[in-house]
Structures are given as structure tokens and as C-alpha cells.
Design a protein around this ligand. Structure first.
Ligand code: SF4
Ligand code: SF4
Length: 463
């Protein structure tokens, strides 16, 4: 892994404010060239421009040169976010039928008229849990194309596979073969982030089987410094078969402990307000419930703060962003990880991530992450891991629940995470309260499993 850290910001692009003032991508050509005015009005620059993508990598045997940062489209606030990403050089968009129940694909479709289709790579995904037949897969895929207003997708992935037996699911493969013949699809792919519900297989078990299968040209995997070994087993196998890799959930570490500032709520606390108010609570009721929740969580939060504050002080870091930046640079430093694919719901996230293009982690950044991994071991479950699963006779899906907490805290997808958690019904972590917690000894990675589950349960249910 290279140690250089150029932090370069080449190809300065247009700022978000300029973008919106210009009316979007349609007007950007003239802005970028003239740097002054569009639509008859002066365009003002109030902040340094967000840089454009400066590095590309070959996406395995797809033969496509992909931007080193791509766009995870799990939730998109506005089609202009897609257009803004495109204008800044992002050329891979990762969506799915289920993202916003088709809304993500629809927003990509709205932005499509402003993009040169031949210069972008669209990945969409379909779940196959309910044993769809070939015709069902083809019909659903055609609807995805309609929503995205495109005659073809570059890749169709099996979505979130957690059962290795599904890797060879024939209706999916025969549907892909037909769609390729019709010119509607270029590549078959697969995504996995390990166990899900009652499907128990680890991410690397699933994806290594998919590598051996030979029919997948591209894979989306969880890869970050917290699950280094597991991720690198998959990346190395993909390198051997020249399979393209897109990498998600790369910044798994956490620094932030929630506090309630009613006038200036953090993103997490705002998520609670949104959820409770959408559920019919008044502002006052929401404040009271959040206060009560934080009070119950206080002992755990105090323990966490005692562990984290000396570390943060030593390294002079104050925000979660500083940890996230290093985490993404760690992945960007590995050429086998062809592109990072973080969730980019809004302009802020794009402005935050784009300056990382072309950069790699410095040696001091590596030391920082090494120390972080030691200090915070107890708080970071490895996404995709299944090592403690057999220790729980209550069938609590540890890795799944802690992944939902990740969606909540790190991806800002509070409602999505809470709904997913609610769907677990009797398998929720409430039962952990009366348990002697054999899962703690079963975790070889030092995670305080029970404490993390308590925290996740509180976060995902606000109780
Ligand atoms: S605390 Fe008990 S119930 Fe909860 S996950 Fe661990 S073993 Fe299962
Ligand atoms: S708690 Fe430990 S063993 Fe269990 S899934 Fe997380 S990292 Fe793996």
C-alpha cells in the first residue's frame, strides 16, 4: 500500500452553489468554460470549488475505466445530486430496485437526459430471496430500465446475497444471458455484506464462491480497515479472475456519541426527530422521548467516551469526518479496490468525498488507523462476519443488527434502518437483556457484543 498523501485537489470544479445557480448540468458547460455567468445572471463562488475526479481505474474485465469514487444511490435527495456527481467526474452509479422502492432509479432517470450514457456505468440490483423465475427477473429488470430511462444497464447484480447456495441460482443466470442477447445488459454481478435475517453465510464465503462460479464480472463488497482480512481475501480472488470490484461500507469506525442540542441537532438526533414526528409525535413529545432515551443510554455512552476521548485528544481530532476521511483513503490506497462506492444522498456528502479522489493514506494516517483499531475494537463489529452466530440460541442476528445501526449512524438512513430492525420482530436484541451473553466470548475480534446490541436496540427503537 502506497504511503503518499498528496491531498491533491486537481481539476477544480464548479461549486454546489454555482451548480444550483446555473440550473444544473445543462448550463454547466458554459460555466466551466467561462467561469462567470449563466442564464443571464452572475454566478458567485462563496467557497473553494469541489474538485473533480482525478483518478480512474480499470474495472476488471468489464473494460470500463471507473472513477476512483463512485456514487452509492441508496437514497437520493434530489436528481440534481446525480447531475452534480456526473459533472464532477463520477461515472459509476450504483442503485437497486429496492432503493426507495424504485425512487433511486427514478431520480437517476430524471438526471439521465443530462448525462452522456456512453460515459457512465450503471449498476442496478435485484433481490432473489423469493425464488423469482426467469420471467419475473426479466420483467423487474425491464421496469428498472424504464425508471432509469436507459435502454441498457452495464451490470445487474444479485442483491445482498447471504446464502452461498444462491450464487448458482439458475433463473438469475439464464435471465442475464437473455438480457445480454437482447442488448439490455452487459455484465452479471453480485453484492454481499454477509449474513441477513436467517441467511447465515459470511460475505467472503458467498463472494469467493461467486468468483469460482465464473459468471460474475463485477462484485460489490464491504471493505474497510475494520474488515481488512475478509475483504482482502475477496479482492485478491477477484484480481486473479480480473473481476471488477466496487467497495461499500468502507468507513465503519465511530467516534460520535449522541448529545441533544435542540437548537442545533446533530444529523443523528435530527434523524430521531424526523422519525418521531413522522410517527405523529409533537416536537415537545419528541424532545422528551429523546431525552429519556439518552438518559437510559448514559452508562454506555460514558464508558465509550472514557475510551474515545484520550484517543481523540492525542490525535487532535474532533469530528467523525476526520476518521472517515482516513478510512476512505485507506481503501483508495489499494488498487484492487477499483472504486469506493459510498452512499451519496446529498450535495454535502459529495462535497465531503470528492476531495479524496487521487489521494492515498499517509504513513501517519496508517498509524492512526492501527491505533484506532486497537482502542475501539470493542465497539466495531465487522460487517459481513458470522463468527459468533452459533453462540446465540435466541437467534439474534448480531451482524445484521449491528449493520442496521451502521446504516443509522453512518449513512444517515434512520427510517430505513428502523424499519429494517422492526421487521426482525422477535429476533430483536431486546432479549439480550436477560442473557448471560455467550456471544461475547464467541467473538474473536474483541467486540463487546451485548453492550453493542443494547446500544443498537436503543438507537433503532428509541426505547
Ligand atoms: S446477548 Fe445473548 S441473546 Fe443477545 S446476541 Fe448475545 S447470546 Fe444472543
Ligand atoms: S460481534 Fe464479533 S464475531 Fe459477532 S459478527 Fe461482530 S465481529 Fe463477528
Amino acid at each position: 500500500m502506497s504511503k503518499k498523501n498528496p491531498e491533491k485537489k486537481s481539476n477544480p470544479g464548479i461549486s454546489r452553489r454555482q451548480f444550483l445557480a446555473s440550473g444544473g448540468v445543462a448550463a454547466l458547460g458554459s460555466v466551466a468554460l467561462s467561469g462567470c455567468a449563466t442564464g443571464g445572471g452572475e454566478v458567485k463562488t462563496e467557497a473553494p470549488s469541489t474538485p473533480k475526479i482525478s483518478r480512474h481505474r480499470m474495472l476488471g474485465r468489464t473494460g470500463f475505466k471507473v472513477s476512483d469514487i463512485s456514487m452509492g444511490c441508496g437514497s437520493i435527495a434530489d436528481p440534481n445530486v446525480v447531475r452534480y456527481a456526473y459533472d464532477h467526474g463520477i461515472n459509476l452509479f450504483d442503485t437497486a430496485e429496492t432503493y426507495g422502492n424504485g425512487d433511486s432509479e427514478t431520480k437517476i432517470g430524471t438526471a439521465m437526459q443530462h448525462m452522456d450514457r456512453s460515459k457512465i456505468f450503471i449498476v442496478t440490483k435485484l433481490g432473489i430471496d423469493e425464488s423469482p423465475d426467469e420471467q419475473n427477473i426479466i420483467e423487474r429488470f425491464n421496469k428498472s430500465l424504464e425508471r432509469m430511462k436507459t435502454p441498457y444497464a452495464d451490470a445487474l447484480m444479485m442483491h445482498g446475497i447471504a446464502d452461498q447456495e444462491l450464487v448458482t441460482y439458475e433463473p438469475f443466470h439464464s435471465a442475464c444471458a437473455k438480457l445480454k442477447t437482447e442488448g439490455k445488459l452487459k455484465h452479471a454481478g453480485i453484492s454481499s455484506h454477509g449474513p441477513r435475517g436467517d441467511e447465515p453465510d459470511a460475505m467472503d464465503t458467498v463472494l469467493l464462491k461467486a468468483v469460482d462460479d465464473g459468471r460474475f464480472d463485477i462484485m460489490l463488497l464491504s471493505y474497510g480497515f475494520v474488515n481488512k482480512d475478509e475483504g482482502e481475501r475477496v479482492l485478491s480472488a477477484c484480481r486473479g479472475k480480473n473481476i471488477g470490484t466496487t467497495n461499500m461500507k468502507s468507513a465503519t469506525g465511530l467516534l460520535v456519541i449522541p448529545v441533544l442540542d435542540v437548537d442545533n441537532p446533530s444529523e443523528m438526533v435530527q434523524g430521531w426527530f424526523d422519525y418521531l414526528e413522522a410517527d405523529g409525535a409533537t416536537r415537545e413529545e419528541a424532545i422528551e422521548r429523546i431525552k429519556a432515551h439518552l438518559e437510559r443510554q448514559k452508562p454506555e455512552h460514558e464508558k465509550a467516551l472514557a475510551a474515545t476521548q484520550p484517543f481523540m485528544k492525542k490525535h487532535g481530532i474532533k469530528t467523525q469526518d476526520e476518521l472517515d476521511r482516513r478510512s476512505y483513503q485507506w481503501v483508495l490506497s489499494n488498487p484492487d479496490a477499483h472504486t469506493i462506492c459510498p452512499s451519496m444522498p446529498n450535495f454535502d456528502r459529495l462535497d465531503k468525498f470528492l476531495p479524496l479522489t487521487g489521494t492515498e493514506l499517509s504513513s501517519s494516517g496508517q498509524r492512526f488507523l492501527d491505533e484506532y483499531a486497537q482502542v475501539y475494537r470493542s465497539r466495531n463489529c465487522i460487517i459481513g462476519c458470522t463468527d459468533c452466530i452459533s453462540a446465540c440460541d435466541q437467534q439474534v442476528p448480531v451482524s445484521t443488527i449491528l449493520r442496521y445501526a451502521y446504516y443509522y449512524r453512518k449513512l444517515g438512513r434512520q427510517k430505513h434502518a428502523m424499519r429494517k430492525y422492526a421487521a426482525l420482530a422477535q429476533n430483536q436484541a431486546g432479549v439480550c437483556l436477560d442473557c448471560s451473553a455467550p456471544c461475547v466470548d464467541a467473538c474473536p475480534h474483541g467486540v463487546q457484543v451485548q453492550a453493542q446490541l443494547f446500544e443498537a436496540h436503543g438507537l433503532l427503537t428509541l426505547v
